[in-house]
Design a binder for this molecule. Structure first.
Ligand code: NAP
Length: 210
């Protein structure tokens, strides 16, 4: 310290953004790994109300996805959940969420965790440059994901902004929500791909059956 002032290190919070239709072990491992690697105090799961790019496909209701996510994280003391995007309704723009969280967690460093495939589309998101000035991104990669595609696809961003995008390798992301929905439709097993409480909820509420 050169100026004699004590500056505590910044506290870090993770925001885990996704549709979570349904939430599965890949998501949970990704959040845990990001939390560990970047020294987050906690990770807030934020199910999207209606992702801006999904105006076509039917997704489970916000309440169902919120409930499944609550059940999935219940045993982890540093995971919590926010219904902020669901309450806001309409399209879930990440910039609005990050700004709202900054008002609650004043002075904290924010890391927005989501899938690497979603991050590759970030140039199409609302206010992308401001977004990358406001927070860091953690792109959770699936097995087989080529890290170079981030530089190739997002090369338009300045070096400083590109440096705000971190990656975390998550082998458990071989599990995917799309595959789980398809398995349910076809009557194939989903056991061990997601927490038992979420599996039960899916069958009890007949989700993803045609
Ligand atoms: P998506 O297009 O459904 O997902 C893209 C890929 O990323 C999928 O393979 C998905 O796997 C994976 N993924 C999604 N969330 C993940 C997570 N938290 N951890 C690990 N992998 C994840 O993406 P989405 O879920 O709708 O959107 C992701 C986030 O980006 C949401 O918070 C959404 O609101 C935000 N977003 C914002 C804007 C904007 O502000 N304009 C635009 C688009 C997205 P699974 O299907 O297995 O999850």
């Amino acid at each position: 310290m050169s100026n004699g002032l004590y500056r505590p290190e910044k506290r870090i919070i993770g925001l885990m953004g996704g549709t979570f239709d349904p939430v599965h072990y890949g998501h949970l491992v990704a959040a845990e790994e990001a939390c560990y690697q970047f020294g987050m105090e906690k990770v807030i799961f934020i199910p999207a109300s209606k992702p801006p790019h999904k105006t076509g496909r039917d997704i489970s209701t916000s309440e169902q996805r919120l409930e499944m996510t609550k059940r999935a994280i219940s045993s982890n003391s540093h995971f919590t959940i926010s219904d902020m995007e669901i309450k806001r309704e309409g399209l879930s723009y990440t910039i609005d969420t990050v700004r709202a969280m900054k008002e609650i967690y004043v002075g904290w460093e924010i890391y927005f965790i989501t899938g690497a495939d979603a991050v590759l589309e970030i140039l199409t998101w609302k206010n992308v440059e401001e977004l990358l000035q406001e927070c860091f991104f953690v792109a959770a990669t699936r097995p087989g994901f080529n890290l170079e595609t981030i530089d190739c696809k997002l090369g338009y961003l300045s070096k400083d902004l590109l440096a705000k995008i971190k990656t975390v390798e998550v082998p458990a992301l071989a599990i995917s929500s799309t595959d789980i929905r398809q398995r349910v439709r076809e009557g194939r097993p989903i056991k061990y791909l997601l927490p038992e409480a979420v599996e039960k909820f899916i069958y009890q509420n007949k989700l993803y059956h045609n």
